[in-house]
Design a protein around this ligand. Structure first.
Ligand code: PAF
Length: 287
């Protein structure tokens, strides 16, 4: 497993591999890996095939964090990450510095960003202004640096995956996007690097997100069609029964257009963001 730290060497390596006809599959991550990431990497290994090359990028991208978000305390441990992925037959870890990814930014000499203007309007987009501009920009840059034939993203970030797919289509990036299912703890909590912020009591309360999803699924399967605002209120009550639970948003929407629906039926998608103490968690599911 090779660790590459510079854009120049990564691009040179990618070009060499492509000339030899080797397929490159990228898994973009911000590190502090958990089983959810490991399942994305296994998916990438399968997608790449025996002769293919799996690249995992580990980079905490500052441009996708708002000024009051958790950039400085976001967990980082490269050694631990490398130990976790070594057994998974990963070929290359791309681990650049901020200076490599955003040259001249400190001096005001970095000024180009990718902005998706439709799917990024609501949910994470309205709750975290500028977040998807940072995500689309760094992912676009990673595509130009790693030159993958395919890239694997987690379904846990449903809106992110939809925006990346749209960006790939709109900007003619020559690769396939593979979306891989959410991996959950045994009590249903979706795996996330941010779960490491939770204390013992918050960790228990955090299952409220999954319980809310189950509640919504049951409600739809029992009643058929439900008024979205009514169901939102019921889920909010369920979550805020937890002493540290506070809903940021609950949204029911069309899984393709991400447009909110006023009537919730089978096939509608639910996404939610919830603060458990100071930690903001997200989850989503098809109903
Ligand atoms: O999903 C993530 O971890 C990040 O948003 C990504 C795609 C690696 C971009 O920084």
């Amino acid at each position: 497993m090779k660790v590459i730290k510079t854009v120049q060497l990564m691009q040179k390596t990618a070009m060499k591999l492509k000339r030899k006809g080797r397929r490159i599959v990228l898994v973009p991550t911000m590190g502090y890996l958990h089983n959810g990431h490991l399942s994305l990497i296994k998916k990438a290994r399968k997608t790449a095939g025996a002769n293919g090359v799996v690249v995992v990028s580990i980079y905490v991208n500052p441009t996708q964090f708002g000024p009051n978000e958790d950039l400085s305390r976001y967990p980082r441990d490269l050694k631990r990450d490398l130990d976790l992925i070594r057994p998974l037959n990963v070929d290359i870890v791309f681990n650049p510095s901020d200076k490599e990814m955003y040259p001249g930014k400190e001096e005001g000499l970095y000024s180009t960003y990718i902005v998706e203007e439709n799917l990024s309007k609501n949910m994470e987009g309205s709750s975290r202004p500028g977040h998807f501009r940072g995500v689309a920009t760094v992912v676009g840059k990673l595509f130009n640096i790693v030159m993958p034939d395919a890239a694997v993203f987690g379904e846990k970030d449903y809106q992110q995956a939809a925006i990346i797919k749209r960006m790939v289509k709109d900007f003619n990036f020559p690769l396939k996007i593979v979306v891989s299912p959410t991996v959950r703890e045994s009590d249903g909590l979706a795996m996330s690097s941010r779960n490491s912020y939770l204390n013992e009591s918050e960790r228990k309360q955090a299952t409220a997100l999954f319980r809310a999803i189950q509640y919504a699924k049951n409600a739809v399967s029992k009643k058929g069609t439900i008024n979205a605002n009514d169901l939102k209120n019921e889920l909010k009550n369920l979550i805020e029964k937890e002493p540290s639970g506070r809903v940021d948003y609950i949204e029911f929407f069309d899984p393709e257009t991400l447009q909110p629906v006023s009537k919730v039926r089978s096939g509608a998608h639910l996404a939610l963001a919830v603060y458990v103490g100071k930690t903001r968690l997200i989850d989503n599911a098809s109903l």
